[in-house]
Design a protein around this ligand. Structure first.
Ligand SMILES: O=C(O)c1ccccc1NCC(=O)[C@H](O)[C@H](O)COP(=O)(O)O
Length: 249
């Protein structure tokens, strides 16, 4: 088992959870002919504190993808799948994950509680994703979980651009639940968007498509560093972001 997922993220110079996802929600390829080992190496070179690996079938994922990533790196890994049973948590651990996605919208309160307890017992970090205040209120043992606001919706199979304004509006509720590690996930495309989320108080951001489609990962991350260092916010609301993120203010 690798170092703790939460500690790695909280201690990172660049608190970006970098994701391996084979396809976007529309089935379009995101690896662009690169091998898993090459993407892992690019992320490691970029200083990733931890990685997310999408094994969910909607996104072209398999358990073998997690296995392959685990063989290529010692970084803490989050398994992103539709986890509803303890056996899946056991399998995640056996395959090399340090954290597991638990989607509050999919799980009744008692099941969510059982899966959080089971994950913690196995030494895994529950990465609980929420999309509403009500969901954020029912995260059990939130102080021991990463609590992530998902800017997209499972109900629409995560199609669409995502609403980064959701992260901003839910942050106070997520924080008041007691997590040390609030994260904003999905639909974050530009470095200035990621930097603003960190500045607003998120401990980390989780990005798949934006990084996998970046022409140059080092340049994307240099821009992110520059935006974080800037004393005045850059122009958040480009025409593109107004189109894609209606409530992002
Ligand atoms: O959200 C879920 O419940 C989910 C379950 C299983 C696999 C993936 C799932 N969500 C998709 C993602 O996690 C995104 O790939 C991730 O947040 C990154 O999004 P993006 O940066 O927009 O590619």
């Amino acid at each position: 088992m690798t170092a703790g997922f939460t500690e790695a993220l909280l201690g990172a110079r660049r608190p970006v959870i970098m994701e391996l996802k084979r396809q976007d929600a529309a089935g379009r390829d995101l690896f662009g002919g690169r091998s898993v080992a090459r993407i892992v190496a690019e992320y490691q070179d970029a200083g990733a504190p931890c990685l997310s690996v999408v094994t969910g079938r909607w996104f072209g994922g398999t358990q073998d993808l997690l296995r392959e990533v685990a063989e290529a790196t010692d970084l803490p890994l989050l398994q992103k799948d539709f986890i509803t049973r303890r056996g899946q948590v056991d399998e995640a651990r056996e395959t090399g994950a340090s954290a597991v996605l638990l989607t509050a919208a999919l799980l009744p309160r008692s099941t969510l509680g059982n899966l959080v307890d089971h994950s913690l017992r196995l030494g895994l970090t529950p990465f609980v994703e929420v999309t509403t205040e009500e969901e954020s209120r029912r995260v059990p043992r939130a102080g021991e979980c990463v609590v992530a606001v998902n800017n997209k919706d499972i109900a629409t199979r995560e199609r669409g651009a995502g609403d980064l304004g959701r992260s901003l509006s839910l942050l106070p509720a997520v924080r008041s639940g007691g997590t040390r590690c609030p994260v904003s996930a999905s639909g974050i495309r530009r470095p200035d968007e990621a930097a603003r989320l960190i500045r607003e108080g998120f401990a980390g951001v989780l990005i798949g498509t934006g990084l996998l489609r970046a022409g140059s990962l080092p340049e994307w991350l240099d821009d992110f560093d520059r935006c974080r260092d800037a004393t005045r916010p850059p122009t958040w609301r480009s025409a593109e972001s107004v189109e894609s993120n209606d409530t992002w203010r």
